[in-house]
Ligand binder design. Structure first.
Ligand code: G3I
Length: 366
């Protein structure tokens, strides 16, 4: 016979531990849910497998939002993915050609790691968000190319544990569907080759990252998205590691989304690409400070229609809103006369759009 050691049995202690963890989890979940957000399960728990529900995280060199406990707890309970709104742009990361400032991007990456969320890297090559040392002069390709290579390699390697999708090339076509040969300093110096190189360097730095082209005004089937389709075919034929196509969808509640979003996403998916909604918001014209209920219902329909399109395309891997509370939205400053573009008011009250999104997420893939 073996003598029993005094004290509780291992099974009792294991049960006690499980119970304590459950209580702690329940308490932390209660504490994390801000007022007026649909409660019950955490919203992030309703997100179907194979797609992320993401948000842009406000900030630049500093972030007001990340100092706001309600913002931080809402991010944690609502989303499965985050995108730095500005923190990975050259203007923030590259104070000069020789050095890096990772602190703002690290703050977002640490948030994602803490929350067990994935991250979308935004963005490596864009004509906007660039520092004056880069845009204030013209460059020989031989001089700029190594700087870009170092930039892409450094960022993609640094965040390889947490970034699943990278917006490698953002908005490289203009309104006429032509390559931005003068506005984009990288393309101005090196032509389309720098885009191809950026994809190759990113792939070398993190072979498992999904590498995207993204733009606005390409939500539906139109001449600009046609031009992207042709470009993607050329890039794939050359063996460039392009893995995804993202539509931004900065929409407004009167025009809504085009009827062909699903068909457009599907035709890129049919090339073997992942597709994503990378920056959705739906602004409302604001003749008065508070939008009408009818405007908000219309806004909810627009959000719902874009999410439906994504959920109906099996290769749609992420659905990201460009901010989730009007408290920190970019819209009023950059689109005067418009506002109320996000899912929650400035006081974190859920708008009809958030309820619509949660309902659609619960319905799952179509
Ligand atoms: O961080 C500085 C701060 O130090 C300074 O005091 C302040 C003074 O203006 O500026 C702050 O930086 C601003 C930054 O947002 C953070 O607030 C920049 O001036 C401002 O230009 C920047 O605007 C961003 C814009 O891209 C340009 O980079 C918007 O927040 C951001 O929502 C917007 O996002 C873009 C996507 O990246 C690409 N697709 C379109 C989308 C909307 O324009």
């Amino acid at each position: 016979m073996t003598a029993r050691r005094p004290g509780r049995s291992p099974r009792f202690l294991a049960g006690l531990a499980v119970g304590l963890v459950a209580v702690a989890t329940a308490l932390s979940a209660c504490a994390a849910v801000p007022p007026n957000v649909p409660t019950g399960d955490r919203i992030r728990d309703t997100v179907p497998t194979g797609v992320d529900f993401g948000t842009a995280i406000e900030g630049g060199r500093t972030s007001r939002a990340l100092d706001d406990p309600t913002y931080v707890s809402t991010v944690a309970t609502t989303f499965t993915s985050v995108t730095p709104e500005n923190q990975m742009k050259w203007s923030i990361v590259r104070p000069d050609a020789a050095s890096f400032d990772f602190a703002p991007a690290d703050q977002v990456a640490d948030l994602a790691r803490r929350n067990g969320q994935r991250m979308r890297g935004h963005t490596l090559l864009w004509h906007g968000g660039n520092p004056s040392w880069l845009t204030g002069r013209s460059w020989e390709c031989s001089e700029l190319r190594p700087i870009v290579k170092q930039h892409v390699t450094t960022l993609v390697s640094r965040y390889a544990d947490v970034v699943r999708e990278w917006d490698v090339a953002n908005e490289i076509l203009d309104g006429g569907a032509n390559l931005r040969t003068s506005e984009n300093p990288f393309i101005a110096a090196c032509g389309i080759d720098i885009v191809k190189d950026a994809f190759r360097w990113a792939h070398e730095a993190d072979p498992k990252a999904r590498l995207f082209l993204t733009d606005y005004d390409v939500e539906g089937v139109n001449p600009k998205s046609d031009a992207y389709l042709a470009l993607v075919k050329d890039l794939l034929a050359e063996g460039v590691p392009v893995h995804g196509f993202g539509i931004q969808a900065h929409l407004d509640n009167r025009e809504g989304a085009p009827g062909s979003v699903q068909a457009n996403l599907q035709r890129f998916a049919d090339l073997g690409l992942d597709v994503a909604v990378t920056e959705l918001d739906v602004k409302v014209p604001l003749p008065m400070a508070i939008p009408s209920q009818a405007s908000l219902r219309r806004q909810a329909d627009v959000y719902g229609s874009v999410l439906d399109a994504c959920l109906r395309v099996s290769r749609c891997t992420s659905f990201t809103v460009w901010g989730f509370t009007d408290r920190y939205s970019w819209v009023p400053e950059y689109r005067p006369g418009y506002g109320s573009a996000t899912l929650m008011t400035a006081e974190y009250e859920a708008k009809p759009a958030l309820n619509t999104i949660v309902d659609r997420l619960k319905q799952g893939r179509r």
